[in-house]
Write a protein that binds this ligand. Sequence first.
Ligand code: FES
Ligand SMILES: [Fe+2]
Length: 406
Amino acid sequence: MQRTQRSGGVENAGTDASGVTLVPVEPNISTDYFERERHAVFRNVWLKVARVEELATPGDYLVRAFAAAQVSLVVVRGTDGVLRAFHNVCRHRGNCVVKGERGSARNFVCGFHGWTYDDRGALGHVPQEAEFGALDKEALGLLPVALEVWEGFIFVHLDPEPAESLEVYLGEVAPLVHGFPFDEMELAGHWTARIASNWKTFQDAFVEAYHVATVHRRSIPDYRKGPVKADLETFGRHGNLTFYLDLHHEPTPAEGWAFRAGSLAFLRGETSSPARDRRPPGVNRARKDNWIFDEFLIFPNFHLFVGDGWVLCHDFEPVSAHRTDWSVRYYLQRTDNPVVRVAQEYSKVTMRDTIREDLSTIESTHAAHRSGVLPHMVLSTELEGLIAHHHAVVDGYVERAAGSGS
Ligand code: FES
Ligand SMILES: [Fe+2]
């Protein structure tokens, strides 16, 4: 059996001849470990915040709190068209400057004493400024964080000058979905929940196909006739799964209608998909006819699914060792065809149902971990290798931070 390396870096957790990997449970339930993750991981990596379409017009802004990193950020498209991100903290005495979740504004007025910042973060108006004597307003703009965009996904890094650019951080994953028409997608479904689980345990449920035959036996019973297996691959700190469908899958009457209506939809899995030519080179790398989607695990907490004509984004936001805020967005190819729209609606409902099934195991698994009866999880390296990999990468960050004394 293989144990995940306590000092694992960003490479694989490793495999051994037995095909079993043991992953310790303690990091999933320890509040001390969570505090270490807070600093070693979440304050030290690129974090996905939004899509560029959410901030399309100059003045558009959104507020995003990252509980794990203990920060609130405001992301704004300035009147110059440039996207920027700042700590949502007034330079006067620290009040939260921007309330609410999103909107459009040219100025942000702190609700405490009225200090006013423009859409580039510069401090403008200070009430009773003369009473401050020589106030260096130029040095008192909102505190910036680094912001970069990958394929329309906006990422931030709390270090305004991070050691790694987003492109370097993403490494080999960065080019894999290049060319996919993300800008032709529109939001079809958005679901959120606060789950009583550690963030890693939660994410573990979405990085293997082993559960499909049981957890999804009602929604997609003949997804695979034989053993369910996805292709797994790691790319440094990140990971990838490629999922396949049984080509003999017998559509239900509703599904059959939806597919005939031209749905570019979840589980269509047909070689004649009209979106086939638009698949980016980095998905379905084995070029199998029964490909249905690729899932990219962008470290630490963003899962991006790419299929023909659809995209699914999971954001797992740790709140504590035992709580995780979860947000999932389902995007579908924009269309004016009402028949296709109806078919897409069918796809959306299928996706919703499978995700609800996925949620059914998380809290009981976490509760069992908290009971202390299991020292470790017993994983199939072949089927569940990405779980071990993710835990090892987290551990590598935590160990390195401990080694550097930070
Ligand atoms: S704390 Fe913002 S104006 Fe005083
Ligand atoms: Fe699932």
